[in-house]
Design a protein around this ligand. Sequence first.
Ligand SMILES: Nc1ncnc2c1ncn2[C@@H]1O[C@H](COP(=O)(O)OP(=O)(O)OP(=O)(O)O)[C@@H](O)[C@H]1O
Ligand SMILES: [Mg+2]
Length: 332
Amino acid sequence: MSDMEMLLEVKDLKVTFSTPRGTVHAVSGGSFSVRRGEVTGIVGESGSGKSVSAYAVMGLLPANGRAESGTAFFGGRDLLSLGEKELRKIRGKEISMVFQDPVTALDPLFTIGSFLTEVLLSHSPGMSKKDAAKKSVEMLAVMGIRDPESVMQRYPDSLSGGMCQRVMIAAALLCDPRLLIADEPTTALDVTIQEEILSLIQRLKDERDMSVLFITHDLGVVARLCDRVTVMYGGFVMESGSAGQIYEGAVHPYTKALLSAIPRLDDREGRPLAALEGEPIDPIDLPQGCVFAPRCPSCTEICLRERPEATDLGDGHSAACHLISKGGGTDD
Ligand SMILES: Nc1ncnc2c1ncn2[C@@H]1O[C@H](COP(=O)(O)OP(=O)(O)OP(=O)(O)O)[C@@H](O)[C@H]1O
Ligand SMILES: [Mg+2]
């Protein structure tokens, strides 16, 4: 795999938050990559550090958050070392983000039309209002929205959640980004709309030579969308690989547990997947060894003592687990 194909490469990202309770270790070992024209999924339970990783890369951490270390190379530049001014030029234009809750992400005081044209004009100051409006209407049509001219006149609260999410994706794509970061873009939507939005993202990716970083807690949802999958837990990457390696050849006990929690296709009630036993870790007080050890069915003594390093299993597949580095595998 040549480096030319690598669009975003995040290595050893570490993000903390200062809080009155103490330092929150939100991401301690965030490494993942997105290749050109591919979809990488970041999967993990609530609190595993998925959103924080994305926000850090975009330079959008809240004031109490800090990217302590790591690199995030995008087109030859380390995003983590850029200033706000440079990042603002990249955000929305080269990298766009779609958030979890489409309805609150839209300002209720602006029509869809004024929102979309403003997005365009802020990145292309030379563009006329008329051209911006025309381009916005076209993009709404690409999103499969019927009668886009009339949708331009409407306010967000008169649109369904699915429609709002299409508008958000339209906004994200208006400047033809090379990378779309989608943070649980379908969680707030019902199952049929979820499917439609996923197909839409898949189609747009193919048509526009765009890459996608798709964040979700649902391994089932990404099964057909992602080329590569990074599984996170407690701010650490547990396992990474191609979709095939993860879905058919997972070696990490956490990945296996997540996989076994995927509801059957005929049982899609949209319920949360993390039906795993035990409590997630406290990010203020990380365990000394493997962060998953307290919940791991295969936990051994070394797991409680030492953090496992990522073991390279070949062909881009890696996992951080003592049972694997010892060569024993984790067949249970
Ligand atoms: N502003 C903040 N201040 C303090 N802690 C934070 C802040 N934002 C996030 N965290 C903590 O960072 C950790 C990672 O959070 P993150 O939002 O990345 O999880 P996630 O994997 O996206 O989960 P979800 O699936 O629920 O969206 C969590 O422990 C969370 O409580
Ligand atoms: Mg999140």
